[in-house]
Design a protein around this ligand. Structure first.
Ligand SMILES: [Zn+2]
Ligand SMILES: [Zn+2]
Length: 331
């Protein structure tokens, strides 16, 4: 029997506990990955807080996983031992439900999610479904590649739903925003960044990445938006963003959880404005974004922590003390 160090969530609301976990051999269609780096995503905070209510328990969090294939289960011919791979949030899909058949596997009726319904990457090793694991572009070391796997992929999906918006507002300037802003600017869009009031450090960070304007969510934008993407999990920003968006514009909610959206006058939606959510990712999103990121190139800004200090990384993310993304160094 093999064991690995891991940081384990025993129950919502508790700090993660350092523990030795038993490693199982990869089953058919799976790979065992030796994890080198794992990003800390805001979704992890929602799981710890109990706001996402269906976690496997006890649970190893983590769905921005970079590592090397250590062992291969029966029937896997897509990877070899030693290959560098990335493991995202979407852990497995059924392949035969209505949504899967319609090309919307992100909405699968019987999905598995890494670091939520199955163990993830806050550990030295994890087992992943080989069909939902990706080869990675060169040019990113392990720590800098990690945020691409969720902040990048789901951010990319959110940006796609902004359509051809030329003037784009981004609300909440964390891990996803700092990547997607770079992509949007490279595509020739004008990006305005909205941060929590008083967060001048994030505003300066946004300007340093090429955003045309950065300010508080309480401030008016310098121009009407064609579309807005919300990464901050703050429901009151939905009417705020609608108010800032021109007719026919779209407000995209990029997070998996959001505080309640307050009532707002229909007039804000009138004019064929759209409010929509973005759920999970498809493997097609991953293939597209992982090919695009090195061409821009999207540069990830990371703050690294040893695996054993996962609780400190989580506290820093919760408190808004991270510029870019927090990443755990796992082995
Ligand atoms: Zn399905
Ligand atoms: Zn995530």
């Amino acid at each position: 029997m093999h064991y690995a160090n891991a940081m384990v969530l025993d129950a919502p609301g508790r700090p993660l506990a350092a523990r030795r976990i038993e490693l199982r051999d990869p089953a058919a269609g799976e790979v065992l990955v030796r994890v080198s780096a794992c990003g800390v995503c805001r979704t992890d905070l929602h799981v710890i807080a109990g706001e996402l209510t269906q976690p496997k328990l006890p649970l190893v969090l983590g769905h921005e996983v970079i590592g090397r294939v250590e062992a291969i289960g029966p029937g896997v011919d897509t990877f070899r031992q030693g290959d560098r791979v990335g493991v995202p949030w979407l852990g497995a899909t059924c392949g035969h439900c209505l949504q899967c058949l319609a090309g919307r596997e992100n909405l699968c009726d019987a999905p598995q999610f890494n670091g939520y319904t199955r163990d993830g990457g806050y550990a030295q090793y994890m087992v992943a479904d080989a069909a939902h694991v990706f080869a990675l572009p060169a040019g990113y070391d392990d720590a800098h590649a990690a945020p691409l796997l969720c902040a990048g992929l789901i951010g990319y999906r959110a940006l796609r739903f902004a359509g051809d918006a030329q003037t784009l507002g981004i609300y909440g300037f964390g891990a996803a925003a700092h990547l997607i802003a770079q992509l949007a600017i490279w595509q020739g869009r004008r990006v305005f960044a909205f941060t929590r009031p008083g967060d001048t450090a994030s505003q300066a960070f946004a300007r340093s990445l090429g955003c045309a304007w950065a300010g508080d969510t309480t401030q008016p934008a310098p121009d009407l938006l064609d579309a807005a993407v919300l990464f901050a999990p703050v429901g009151s920003l939905v009417p705020t963003a609608l108010r800032a968006t021109r007719k026919a514009g779209t407000v995209v909610c990029g997070g998996i959880h959001m505080s309640e959206i307050p009532a707002f006058p229909y007039e804000l939606l009138w004019g064929e404005r759209t409010v929509r959510s973005v759920a999970n990712l498809t493997r097609e999103d991953a293939e597209q974004f992982l090919a695009l990121a090195p061409r821009v190139p999207v540069r990830t800004h990371v703050q690294c922590y040893p695996l054993a200090e996962a609780n400190a990384a989580i506290a820093d993310l919760q408190a808004g003390r991270i510029q870019g993304a927090a990443v755990l160094m796992c082995s």
